[in-house]
Design a binder for this molecule. Structure first.
Ligand code: KG4
Ligand code: ZN
Length: 354
């Protein structure tokens, strides 16, 4: 089965074509990726310091057709070869979601094909199955993106149990807000990570929020405030070593955030008896987080699985792949009705198959 996937939930337009044959027969599942094209709007939004929803929607409209052509050209296929369409139905920005949904559903109707609405986070948490060492079910997924921070138990495709989540800022949001405080461009995740490498450990004693809360929830807004307080103190002192100050503070921020994410992930593994951990979402590209998880995995006897680095942030492949698996496992595709059915706010567990 060949599935065309469309992602437009936020500031990336992604289109991809996935063939389920390798998934059914042989690994690695990444062999099924026949074509993929992506356009990031980051440069467009940067001057506003964050995503401007209306600009995002308009840009998705501009990009989606050329990206479809690019994916088809890569795959050597035509629209006649497509068996089903998958699109991000939610959660995300309403206007942006509408573009992908209207596009996919119209195409499905025109081609008389089934279409399936995919939960964006399901796309993220299944994408490590496309990595070099695919995890076995059940596994724990640490989902860390710009909008979400969650620990999930994944027992199979469409079988998700939320174990804990952030009570305020998401991990990516904390990265982006802290980056702003340190004078870095939006989105600041990668920039903070690079800056932290130049910083010295132990220069600041930042909080490790909810480290000992006894549950699997997170809270990152206090961490960002602690960074803000240090920045204010620094301005009062007018210290000349700005660059080193920023690097040391970035280091302390990353160390705190990583310590909490790693500790709660280990707790989730212990609590559920799972031996496999999957890291997904944009913050999953963070090298300090990966290094810390790898170290703990070796020490404490569990395995960590990652999506390919280019599939950590938003993309069309994960939507084509998740849609394809749902269609395979549960025959869960609805024939398109042409209705607007986006879900800007959507709880993943409510979409469980059993
Ligand atoms: O999953 P994603 O592409 O979009 C959402 O669904 O939110 O995640 C984007 C987030 C941004 O907050 C960005 O700063 C963060 O992922 N990010 C990183 C890194 N690369 C992206 N955070 C830390 N380190 C990175 N290397
Ligand atoms: Zn995402």
């Amino acid at each position: 089965m060949i599935v065309l996937g469309i992602e437009t939930s936020c500031d990336e337009t992604g289109v991809a074509i996935y063939n389920t044959m390798p998934w059914e027969n042989a690994q690695p599942a990444s062999q099924g990726i026949l074509g993929q094209a992506l356009h990031s709007q980051i440069a467009m939004h940067r001057k506003y310091g964050g995503v401007v929803p209306e600009l995002a929607s308009r840009d998705h409209v501009r990009r989606v057709l050329p990206l479809l052509d690019e994916s088809l050209a890569q795959s050597g296929l035509t629209l006649k070869d497509i068996d089903a369409l998958a699109y991000t139905q939610g959660p995300g920005l309403a206007g942006a979601l509408l573009v992908g949904s209207a596009f996919a559903k119209s195409l499905a109707q025109g081609l008389n094909l089934p279409s399936i609405g995919v939960h964006h986070l399901e796309g993220h948490l299944l994408s490590p199955l496309l990595g070099e060492t695919a995890p076995q079910f059940p596994f724990i997924a640490l989902l860390v993106s710009g909008g979400h921070t969650q620990l999930m138990k994944v027992s199979g495709v469409g079988r998700y149990e939320l174990l804990g989540e952030t009570l305020d800022d998401a991990a990516g949001e904390a990265f982006d807000k802290t980056a702003k405080l340190l004078g870095l461009d939006y989105p600041g995740g990668t920039a903070i990570s690079k800056l932290a490498e130049k910083g010295r450990s132990g220069q600041f004693d930042l909080p490790r929020p909810m480290l000992h809360s006894g549950d699997l929830d997170f809270s990152f807004s206090g961490l960002k405030t602690a960074v803000l307080n240090q920045v204010k103190k620094f301005q009062e002192k007018n210290i000349s070593e700005v660059a080193q100050f920023h690097a040391d503070l970035a280091r302390a921020f990353v160390e705190s955030l990583v310590a909490v994410l790693v500790s709660k992930s280990e707790k989730a593994l212990k609590q559920t008896g799972c031996k496999h951990l999957v890291l997904a979402g944009g913050v999953g590209a963070n090298l300090q987080l990966r290094a810390a998880l790898n170290e703990k995995a070796t020490k404490n006897g569990f395995e960590v699985h990652y999506p390919p680095l280019d599939l950590c942030t938003d993309n069309g492949v994960m939507i084509a792949f998740a849609g394809a698996l749902r269609l395979l496992v549960a025959n869960n595709g609805s024939t398109t009705s042409g209705a607007f059915d986006i879900k800007p706010r959507w709880d993943l567990q409510s979409n469980n198959l059993i």
